[in-house]
Design a binder for this molecule. Structure first.
Ligand code: PEP
Ligand code: MN
Length: 345
């Protein structure tokens, strides 16, 4: 930690700053420049996290040397992590191909969509049984019946399933049926939910909040990791932009940026990032080219009948075409797509 003192700091104030540091059992190194005096603090930076050093008279700025997300950081874990979702690997050269409808819908349709995305090469099936909707009057998901249906579909195709959990009280139930728990953008900072999914041993797909910085996202991942669950995959799904021509603003630079800062795998979700089927393929490929460890795409066989997010769904044939391109690009980058598990546990 580096403390920069105000230009008009007094000798008494400097002494007081040094005393506060000593009282915490840490060492200091004072450096007097022509215009500014700075204090380097040597020792466990964590001891200082909760200390309001800014509030000490004479202090102008406090600059941490280490990031506040300790477990999520590259420093803590230099090698990229691999998250194993019931046999399907994501990260460090393993590509997650996640596809499915926005919501779990009727039975035949679910089997139909799963069969087609599976044939195209998807290795994780996704559908929401609990939907966090902007309007309380919109379709809220099939709930437990949807979870059971999703499990049945997963078992039929040996395809691990991922679904959203919206409430800490539902973590146990959703974990019984799903291979991976999604925490959606609207719940990224639901700390009670993050703590609960952290206690579960299911892998977690944590989506970036629509107004969240990368630092916010990594701090939320830290909540999960700090509970002992190290199986976290991050997802860039676009942030609020000013242009209404796209649903969100796809922040493709977030992918290499997160890879620089953290060992956790990062996937992209061009479906929610753009909201437009005509832009999804290019953005999926751009995400992969930027180093994404996976791509999530919403697919529906009849978007006009979809219970949610129909306008942004790709048709099964469109997904097949894109999946072929993604696999080619993955090969070029030396990435592999985990085959489906022989038999799921
Ligand atoms: C979803 O995945 O269907 C969803 C609601 O996404 P997000 O949380 O990114 O808005
Ligand atoms: Mn959706």
């Amino acid at each position: 930690m580096i403390v920069i003192l105000q230009s008009n700091v007094t000798e008494e104030q400097i002494d007081h700053v040094l005393q506060r540091i000593e009282a915490l059992g840490l060492q200091h190194h004072l450096s007097r420049g022509t215009f500014r005096t700075i204090v380097g603090i040597i020792g466990d930076e964590e001891k200082l996290q909760s200390e309001p050093l800014h509030a000490i008279p004479g202090v102008a700025q406090v600059i941490p040397v280490l990031p506040p997300y300790k477990l999520a950081s590259r420093e803590a874990h230099p090698e990229p992590s691999i998250v194993d979702v019931s046999g399907v690997k994501i990260g460090n050269g393993h590509l997650g191909m996640i596809a499915g409808p926005c919501s779990v819908e009727d039975r035949d349709r679910m089997f139909r969509i799963a069969e087609s995305v599976c044939e195209s090469g998807a290795n994780l099936f996704r559908g929401g049984a609990y939907k966090p909707r902007t309007s309380p009057y919109a379709f809220q998901g099939l709930g437990e019946a949807g979870l059971k249906l999703l499990r049945e579909v997963g078992d039929k195709f040996n395809l691990p399933v991922v679904t959203e959990v919206t409430d800490p009280r539902l973590v146990e139930l959703v974990s019984e049926h799903a291979d991976m728990l999604q925490v959606g953008a609207r719940n990224m900072q639901n700390f009670a939910l993050l703590t609960e999914v952290g206690k579960s041993q299911r892998p977690v797909l944590l989506k970036r909040g629509m107004s969240a910085t990368i630092n916010d996202l990594l701090m939320c991942a830290e909540y999960i990791l700090s509970q002992g669950n190290m199986n976290v995959v991050l997802c860039e799904r676009g942030v609020k932009g000013f242009d209404s021509l796209t649903r969100n603003l796809f922040d493709v630079a977030a992918v290499p940026l997160i890879h620089n800062l953290s060992h956790l795998p990062v996937i992209v979700d061009p479906s929610h990032a753009t909201g437009r089927p005509d832009l999804i393929p290019s953005c999926a490929l751009a995400g992969l080219a930027a180093g994404a460890d996976g791509v999530h795409i919403e697919v529906h066989d009849c978007p006009e009948e979809a219970k949610s997010d129909g306008p942004q769904a790709l048709l099964p044939d469109q997904y097949r075409q894109l999946a072929d391109q993604m696999k080619e690009l993955a090969k070029l980058f030396g990435k592999t797509v985990s085959p489906l598990p022989e038999k799921m546990a």
